[in-house]
Design a protein around this ligand. Sequence first.
Ligand code: ZN
Length: 290
Amino acid sequence: MSAFLTGPNPAGEGRALWPIWSQRWLSPIQPPFLPQEAPRMSETITPIVPPTEDLFRADAYQTEADATVLAVTETATGAEILLDRTLFYPNGGGQPGDTGVIVSQAGAETRIVDTRKGAQPNTIVHLTEALPALSVGDKILMRIDWPRRHRLMRMHTCLHLLSSVIPAGVTGGQVNEDKGRLDFDIGELVLDREAIETQLNALISADHPVGQRWITDAELEANPSLVKTMSVQPPRGAGRVRLIDIPGVDLQPCGGTHVARTGEIGPVRIDKIESKGKRNRRVVLAFIDA
Ligand SMILES: [Zn+2]
């Protein structure tokens, strides 16, 4: 059990959720003005957890990469692994967290069953169902479940196209491996299922490039029409926001993972259009090859 670095919350509250940081890891970032003697409990300093470098944002097609273990925290159902960087997308924005494996240098595989945003700002935690034989400082290999992620990327990108076909505000959405949905506040608009399906598949087969660019928070504030989602606002405060740009088709802030060209989505059908109240409709898409 010594490999698992769990300990009391330094704030003295709740259950044992906080990792005890190894001195080896903590010491390089300890400022020189810290007192030499141990602080009293009331003055205990919460460790500064560095942001997890999100490799999936720079290249959504990378399936394997090295990383270093920063913490392993035991949970009721297994463990949470914190790495210095990750390929695993954390659940958010309607896209599920990635699954896959982490491989130790000895070759032991730890199955990652979900990925979530961590309690500390800008951190990402990898969830396991069993206690892994990993220690702080271990160099590991990450490998995401690429067939699953690629289907999520295809469906996620398809929802961008759907939002461009239906001229209404988006109130919610969810992607999964076989299906995806967007909820629209349609007002007086009448949805023509067949026309939507035809337009959607035309945008897919036109094989439009899917790019990304960044704007400042101020530029986003000045262009509120860029934000189609009425319920989920893009994260601000980091100084810049990423826009997903399908030139001539769709432009909106998004933190998810996308395919490089719309042709990669493949043909889709409208599974159903559900009424969710007088003004609201849920449009559910499915892959035809599913
Ligand atoms: Zn997106």
